[in-house]
Ligand binder design. Structure first.
Ligand SMILES: [Zn+2]
Length: 339
């Protein structure tokens, strides 16, 4: 695995390249998609981003009326300054402020619309992707998603909505498999490892855990990350994310898992009721969001070295940290805290 392929820790540390924030005359600037700009008296309110922003004064109103409309991503900064009719220094200052507030995206090439994405996905990425720090803008984020391959090993009621969600988010390839078919699963993992970005999602059958262990070994051998999920009645489990050589193996996780539940023998999840479809869809949505965090770097994945147990009846959750056991032969010299 390339060092920079899953810079989860880097993104969490805010270790972004300095060049990404440079505003040059040739930088293409786009006011993020889906933001609303309201002018009321001498106040300007910009809403829909990470935070609602309010500016006051005539200059702010002028920026909203003259500069914001020309920050369309098809003009360079120099062209936008000229088109706005504002003084260059004032216009530049306004863009720098917008950038610090996460209201604009920068690029070295003109932004283009992506017809493959539904508008709410494109809007979400425009507002969120560049703020996460891994990709410079939503365009780069979309390109990374389009060159990502996913293998989903899950029963059809979970796999189908998950596949639909992930394809709608612009993931290049989403293939459904069955972990019990060992040879086919290994072949699929090998094939997807050739894609620039890749991830296996394994929904573990808690009544037959050997298949998942086999999948984890196959992923570790090929340096393919594996996101685990499981559901028992109304209890959903999300994580851990297995990254061979960086995280605990499935045997270590199984020991943690058994120990965790040994101390909670009195607690049981509610069994499935007649409406398992709603539970499966809620479960699939949770997995899709986490997969997007891992592949799209929208946020730091919650499943990195941990599993979250969520009640699908009241959405309360508990988190268990998963670390290698010192005596594990597979994890070898991995020790807690080592990156
Ligand atoms: Zn281990």
């Amino acid at each position: 695995m390339a060092d920079d392929e899953y810079p989860i820790v880097d993104a969490a540390d805010g270790d972004r390249p300095d060049a990404a924030d440079k505003l040059g005359d040739g930088t293409y600037v786009r006011f993020c998609e889906g933001l609303a700009v309201l002018v009321e008296g001498n106040r300007v309110i910009m809403t829909g981003g990470l935070r609602r922003q309010m500016f006051t004064g005539r200059d702010a109103c002028r920026v909203a009326a003259e500069l914001v409309p020309v920050l369309d991503g098809r003009r360079t900064a120099a062209e936008a300054y000229a088109a706005s009719g504002m003084q260059q220094e004032a216009a530049k200052q306004a863009i720098l402020i917008f950038r610090s507030l996460g209201l604009v995206e920068y690029a070295d090439r003109p932004f283009r619309d992506d017809g493959r994405l539904t508008s709410h996905v494109s809007t979400f990425l425009s507002r969120a992707a560049h703020a996460a720090g891994t990709y410079r803008n939503s365009q780069d984020s979309r390109d990374a998603l389009a060159t990502s391959a996913l293998l989903v090993l899950a029963p059809a009621p979970v796999a189908k909505p998950l596949q639909a969600d992930l394809l709608a988010c612009g993931i290049g390839s989403v293939v459904i498999g069955n972990a019990a078919e060992v040879a086919a699963t290994r072949a699929a993992i090998t094939a997807m490892a050739r894609w620039p970005h890749h991830l296996v999602i394994g929904v573990e059958d808690l009544a037959a855990r050997a298949a998942f262990t086999g999948t984890e070994t196959a992923c570790r051998d090929r340096a393919v990350p594996l996101l685990r999920a499981a559901r028992a009645g109304t209890r959903a489990e999300l994580g851990p994310l297995f990254l061979g050589g960086h995280t605990a193996c499935s045997a270590c996780f199984n020991r943690d898992h058994a120990e965790y539940f040994a101390g909670r023998s009195g607690e049981t999840a509610l069994p499935d009721d007649a409406d398992t479809c709603a539970l499966d869809e809620a479960f699939a949505a949770m997995i899709a969001e986490e997969a997007l965090a891992v592949l799209g770097h929208i946020r730091t994945p919650q499943s990195y070295r941990s599993v979250t147990f969520t009640s699908l009846s009241d959405y309360s959750d508990q988190r268990l940290t998963v670390l290698p056991w010192p005596d594990c032969p597979a994890c070898g010299a991995l020790s807690p805290g080592e990156d």
